[in-house]
Write a protein that binds this ligand. Structure first.
Ligand code: SF4
Ligand code: SF4
Ligand code: F3S
Length: 266
């Protein structure tokens, strides 16, 4: 209770804002508790009350007063073509803003598949040269929390872990927290007994679909996707895509847009 809250600067590059939409729905911990009691979300140009010059002054103050002690959470990514002109918040190319703000940060969090891998805006032919955060900021730890969007409770847990223990969580070789990305969807999927028994949905709305059989033959990417959807689930633990009858499209995996995740086997 006496510990000062860690300042967090939340930046937005090329993205759709649904990582924020996801985060504000965290139930455990509640997003409001994370924001009001654990961290000090001092700058977030999408949801902060301040705007314009007032908002940018706050950003400058945090960088100056908390040198080396603030966390930069990045949603979206910087486009590098045309000197970064495709994303230009507050009169500055986003890539320059990202470099400037990250220079004195303690660590960065790359929210979602946009910041972690590039996502849809980096899909071939990637006209803006949208580039993942870790390829631009190479001298700081970058914790990737991929997913399109990531699970709200996973986002809140990662940031809570970092401020509570004052260290970054254990990461896998790709820079993702092992506690949430250590297993494939397939490893803990409740339809797995059907996979093992060779019981598959062969086409939408067939008898197998009605019986809840495995979705592998209609394109499920659970066997190659590392995420916590089959354990943590979504909407406060209520369900996840496979439970709703649709295969996983591998939204937390690098380059999933270009890997034929969408309906290629239907
Ligand atoms: Fe939106 Fe997906 Fe990018 Fe998050 S990762 S900002 S949900 S497109
Ligand atoms: Fe694996 Fe997908 Fe089948 Fe689940 S539905 S058992 S994740 S292939
Ligand atoms: Fe994404 Fe697959 Fe989970 S599509 S939301 S990683 S089940």
């Amino acid at each position: 209770e006496t510990k000062p809250r860690v300042p967090v600067i939340w930046l937005h590059g090329l993205e759709c804002t649904c990582c924020t939409e996801s985060f504000i729905r965290s139930a455990h911990p509640l997003a409001k508790d994370a924001i009001l009691s654990l961290i000090s979300l001092d700058y977030d140009d999408t949801i902060m009350a301040a705007a314009g010059h007032q908002a940018e002054a706050i950003l400058d103050d945090i960088i100056k007063n908390y040198k080396g002690n603030y966390i930069v959470a990045v949603e979206g990514n910087p486009p590098l073509n045309e000197d970064g002109m495709f994303c230009f918040p507050g009169g500055e190319p986003f890539v320059e803003k990202l470099r400037r703000v990250s220079a004195d940060a303690k660590a960065l969090i790359a929210w979602g598949s946009c910041a972690s891998w590039g996502c849809v805006q980096a899909a071939k032919p990637n006209p803006t040269r949208a580039t993942p955060v870790h390829q631009v900021i190479t001298d700081k730890p970058v914790i990737k929390v991929p997913g399109c969007p990531p699970i709200p409770e996973v986002m809140a847990a990662v940031i809570t872990y970092m401020v509570t223990f004052d260290r970054i969580p254990e990461l896998d070789r790709q820079g993702r927290p092992k506690m949430f990305y250590g297993q494939r969807i397939h490893d803990k999927c409740y339809r797995r007994p059907h996979f093992d028994a060779g019981q598959f949905v062969e086409s939408w709305d067939d008898e197998g679909a009605r019986k809840g059989y495995c979705l592998y033959k209609v394109g499920c990417k659970g066997p190659t996707t590392y995420n916590a959807c089959s354990t943590v689930r979504w909407n406060g633990g209520v369900s996840f895509p496979i439970q709703s009858g649709h295969g996983c499209i591998g939204c937390s995996e690098e380059g999933f847009w270009d890997k034929g995740s969408f309906y290629d086997r239907v």
